[in-house]
Design a protein around this ligand. Structure first.
Ligand code: ZN
Length: 181
């Protein structure tokens, strides 16, 4: 049986996430989540959408009981920094990660790097600013993408010009991995 795929916007409702260059992280994440879900549907995979009104803790309770240990939980975020020059993409996985998570994270990151985003690597959660991420706790295949920096104008321009391609390619990677034994 194929692995289920959950595509989640990292912020929702009153939780706006980061803000930069006149963008709100919540809105970017919801838009990309919807684009990825649409592309997955074209590939024959239905990913349950959440309500767009949820912060992390509500999303985690909403997910409870819906996934198994082999299912893919894909959380979408944008990075932010005080320095407007900080740029690029990264994918976060748990400190103790499975081979599946490592490979999936690498292939998701490659989608963005191939389009010209700076490669910031696949990182364990310990190397993130917050050190521990709630998203990494469910017992599943967990990946969190930091698409690029909302605070970097060049990143945002590159993202806006390529978002449909990005959604299509991310969906293709998720689809391939959902079929892995
Ligand atoms: Zn975020």
């Amino acid at each position: 049986m194929a692995r289920k795929v959950f595509v989640i916007a990292g912020h929702g409702g009153i939780d706006s996430g980061a803000i930069g260059n006149d963008y709100i992280e919540r809105d970017l994440a919801i838009e990309l989540k919807d684009l990825v879900i649409k592309e997955l549907k074209l590939l024959g995979i239905s990913a349950l959408p959440d309500s767009n009104m949820n912060g992390l803790s509500q999303t985690l309770s909403w997910l409870r009981g819906k996934f198994g240990s082999k299912d893919i939980l894909f959380d979408i975020h944008w990075n932010a920094a005080a320095a407007a020059t900080a740029k690029g993409s990264e994918v976060i996985i748990p400190d103790v990660s499975s081979q599946f998570e490592k490979e999936l994270a690498k292939d998701l990151l490659k989608v963005l790097v191939d389009l010209g985003f700076k490669d910031r690597g696949v990182k364990p959660e310990a190397l993130t600013a917050r050190k521990k991420l709630g998203w990494m706790r469910p017992v599943a295949e967990n990946v969190l993408i930091e698409v690029c920096f909302i605070t970097n104008a060049t990143d945002m321009k590159l993202y806006q010009a390529n978002k449909h391609t990005i959604a299509k390619k991310l969906a293709l990677v998720l689809s391939t991995y959902s079929k892995k034994p």
